[in-house]
Design a protein around this ligand. Structure first.
Ligand code: SF4
Length: 202
């Protein structure tokens, strides 16, 4: 049985997901655009994920977004990093000379996204200063890594949809993990009000 057939069969027969799936409802899963194969990374490359670009579109509406491009940064552009400032605040700034600070623009874009869309799951790019679900390197102002943090954009999505399944592409490399993620997204949608929509929590 192919993964596609396995997913279709599971969604069709699971008592929780079947009412949604058989009625034609499809979950909306957000994804970092570079995982969908879009050449939006700072160096103009992508990091296409088979799970995001091939499998998830079979069973879900996949919405791919690159927050850094969406706020007006071009391709190519400077690489970004998460920085903890002396005042205790955290920022997203360009690695080179910290000349570009995109924190406020990322916050504004994320706020617009969560106000305008419902997500039943999200796949983020691992270790990205904007997109990582929790494993972006965090630096002090002198460039010394002091820990890990969520990507600034991803943190907004996590707060807005705290129960929605969210992970990075590295968590979806096996058939089993991918199937569990898909089922979890449908179960999350099934737990919401009848139309599968839950207002953001802020
Ligand atoms: S990780 Fe996020 S910000 Fe970076 S290229 Fe991919 S989608 Fe854009």
């Amino acid at each position: 049985m192919t993964l596609r057939d396995h997913l279709f069969d599971a969604l069709r027969t699971d008592p929780v997901t079947a009412p949604l799936w058989n009625a034609g409802f499809r979950v909306r899963i957000g994804a970092s655009a570079c995982l969908a194969g879009e050449k939006v990374r700072p160096d103009g490359s992508d990091c296409r994920s088979n799970a995001v670009s091939v499998v998830l579109p079979l069973v879900a509406e996949v919405v791919s977004l690159c927050p850094e491009v969406a706020i007006g940064l071009g391709v190519p552009r400077p690489a970004m990093q998460r920085v903890r400032l002396a005042a205790g605040h955290e920022a997203v700034r360009s690695v080179e000379a910290h000349a570009t600070d995109i924190t406020a623009r990322l916050d504004g874009f994320a706020t617009d996204v969560v106000r305008s869309r419902i997500f039943h799951g999200y796949v983020f790019k691992a270790r990205s200063a904007s997109c990582a679900p929790g494993n972006a390197p965090l630096f002090d102002e002198h460039g010394v890594q002091i820990g890990l943090a969520g990507g600034r954009y991803a943190e907004h999505l996590r707060r807005a949809f705290p129960r929605a399944p969210m992970c990075d592409e590295e968590a979806l490399v096996t058939m089993g993990s991918l199937a569990r993620f898909v089922m979890a997204c449908y179960r999350y949608a099934a737990s919401l009000p009848a139309e599968g929509i839950e207002p953001p929590t802020h």
